[in-house]
Design a protein around this ligand. Structure first.
Ligand code: HEC
Ligand code: HEC
Ligand code: HEC
Ligand code: HEC
Ligand code: HEC
Length: 248
C-alpha cells in the first residue's frame, strides 16, 4: 500500500475525523435508544406475518428466482418486498380459494398494500447497499441465513457493526471464483445456488456453506484467489473500514 498522506496530514485528518464524529455521535446514541428497544427481532425467530408466506414453498419447491419478488436487489440499495400484483400474477389463477390468501385478495381489491413485518433492518444512521454486495458475488444467505429452508421467514444475522467489519477488513476471505464455472459473472453465482440445489447437483464445499449461511472457512489457496479478485475488481480495502462508508 503506497503512503498517500504524510504523517502530518494523517494527524489533521484524525483531528477532523474526531470533530466529524462528535456531532453525529449524539444522533447515533439517540438512535440506539430506539433501535435497541424490545421490538428488535431475534435471530432464528420467525415473525408473525399477515400471510404465512413460505420461502421454502416458493423458492425451493417451485424454483422461483429471488429477483422475481425482490426485483431491485441487484440494482439498488434496497431489495424491496413484492407488491400484491406480484403475488396475484399466480394467485389470480391458482389456489384462488385458499383462506390463507384472503388478505392478498383483499389487498388486491382495495389497493391497500399488505403490511409485512420488517425482519432485517439496520438503524437509520447506517448506510447499506445491496447492489454492490451482489455484484461481488456475496450470497444472500451469507447475510440472511438459509432462506430456501424457511417456512416462515426469520432473521439470519444480527447486523452488528463488528460483523460487517469482519468481512470489510478481509474481503479476500469472502470473495471467490466458483470452480464450477470460473468465468461466470459473480452476480449470477448468488442466484444459481438455489436452482443447483433444487435440481440435486453436487455442490462444492463453498456452495454448501453458502447455502447453509454458515461461516465461510477458506483454505490458503482460496484466500489467494480472493486476493487476486480484490486486485482485479479494484476493491478499496482501506476505505471499506472507514467510518463514512457506512455512516454518511
Ligand atoms: C414469490 C415471491 C418471493 C420470492 C421468490 C422470494 N421472496 Fe423473499 N420475501 C417475499 C415476501 C412476500 C416477503 C415478506 C414476508 C416475509 O418476510 O416472509 C419476503 C421477505 C424476505 C426477506 C426478509 C425481509 C425483511 O423484512 O427483512 C428476505 C431476507 C428475503 N425475502 C430473501 C429472499 C431470497 C434470498 C430469495 C431467493 C432465494 C427470496 N427472498 C425469494 C417474497 C419472495
Ligand atoms: C410463480 C407463481 C407464484 C407466485 C408469484 C406466488 N405464489 Fe404463492 N403459491 C404458488 C403455488 C404453486 C402454491 C402451492 C404450493 C404448494 O402447496 O405446493 C402457492 C402457495 C401459496 C400459499 C399457501 C396456500 C395454501 O392454502 O396452502 C400462500 C399463503 C402463498 N402462496 C402466498 C403467496 C404470496 C403472499 C405471494 C406474493 C408475495 C405469492 N404466494 C406468490 C405460486 C406462486
Ligand atoms: C452483505 C449482506 C447482505 C447480502 C449479501 C444481502 N442482504 Fe438483504 N439485507 C441486508 C441488510 C443489512 C438489510 C437491512 C437493510 C436496511 O435496513 O436498510 C437487508 C434487507 C433485506 C430485505 C428487506 C427489504 C429491504 O430492502 O430492506 C430483503 C427483502 C433482502 N434484504 C433480500 C435480499 C436478497 C434477495 C439478497 C440476495 C440477492 C440479499 N438480501 C443479500 C444484508 C444483506
Ligand atoms: C461477506 C462480506 C461482507 C459483509 C458481511 C458486508 N459487506 Fe459491505 N462490502 C463488501 C464488499 C466486498 C464490498 C464492495 C467493495 C468494492 O468492490 O468496492 C462492500 C461494500 C460496502 C459498501 C460500499 C458501497 C458503496 O456504494 O461504495 C457499504 C456502504 C457496505 N458495504 C456496507 C455494509 C454494511 C453496513 C454491512 C453490515 C450490515 C456490510 N457491508 C456487510 C463485503 C461485505
Ligand atoms: C461496514 C460498515 C461500518 C463501518 C465501516 C463502521 N460502522 Fe459503525 N455501525 C455499523 C452498523 C451496522 C451499526 C449498527 C449495529 C451496531 O450497533 O452494532 C453501527 C453502529 C455504530 C455506532 C453505535 C454504537 C454501537 O456500537 O452500537 C457507533 C458510535 C459507530 N457505529 C461508530 C463508528 C465509527 C467511529 C466508525 C469508524 C471507525 C464506524 N462506526 C465504522 C456499521 C459500520
Amino acid at each position: 500500500m503506497p503512503q498517500i498522506f504524510s504523517k502530518k496530514a494523517n494527524t489533521y485528518s484524525r483531528v477532523s475525523l474526531f470533530c466529524l464524529l462528535a456531532l453525529p455521535a449524539g444522533a447515533i446514541m439517540a438512535g440506539m435508544a430506539v433501535t435497541r428497544g424490545p421490538a428488535q427481532t431475534n435471530v432464528g425467530m420467525p415473525l408473525d406475518q399477515p400471510v404465512p408466506f413460505s420461502h421454502k414453498h416458493h423458492v425451493e419447491e417451485l424454483g422461483i428466482d429471488c429477483r422475481y419478488c425482490h426485483a431491485s436487489v441487484e440494482t439498488s440499495a434496497k431489495a424491496g418486498v413484492p407488491t400484491t400484483e406480484t403475488c396475484m400474477s399466480c394467485h389470480a389463477h391458482i389456489w384462488t380459494n385458499s383462506p390463507l390468501l384472503e388478505p392478498v385478495r383483499k389487498s388486491y381489491e382495495t389497493g391497500v398494500p399488505i403490511k409485512w413485518q420488517k425482519i432485517n433492518k439496520v438503524p437509520e444512521f447506517v448506510y447499506f447497499d445491496h447492489s454492490i454486495h451482489i455484484a461481488r458475488g456475496i450470497n444472500c444467505n451469507t447475510c440472511h441465513g438459509p432462506i430456501q429452508d424457511m417456512h416462515i421467514t426469520w432473521k439470519g444475522q444480527y447486523f452488528f457493526m463488528r460483523w460487517c467489519l469482519e468481512c470489510h477488513r478481509e474481503p479476500e476471505k469472502y470473495l471467490y471464483v466458483n470452480p464450477r464455472d470460473p468465468d461466470k459473472d459473480p452476480r449470477q453465482k448468488a442466484f444459481d445456488l438455489y436452482s443447483l440445489n433444487k435440481y440435486g447437483e453436487d455442490l462444492t464445499p463453498i456452495e454448501w456453506r453458502n447455502l447453509e449461511g454458515s461461516d465461510l472457512k477458506f483454505s490458503k489457496d482460496q484466500i489467494a484467489e480472493g486476493e487476486k479478485l480484490v486486485e482485479k475488481w479494484g476493491v478499496k480495502v482501506k476505505q471499506l473500514t472507514d467510518c463514512w462508508t457506512c455512516h454518511r
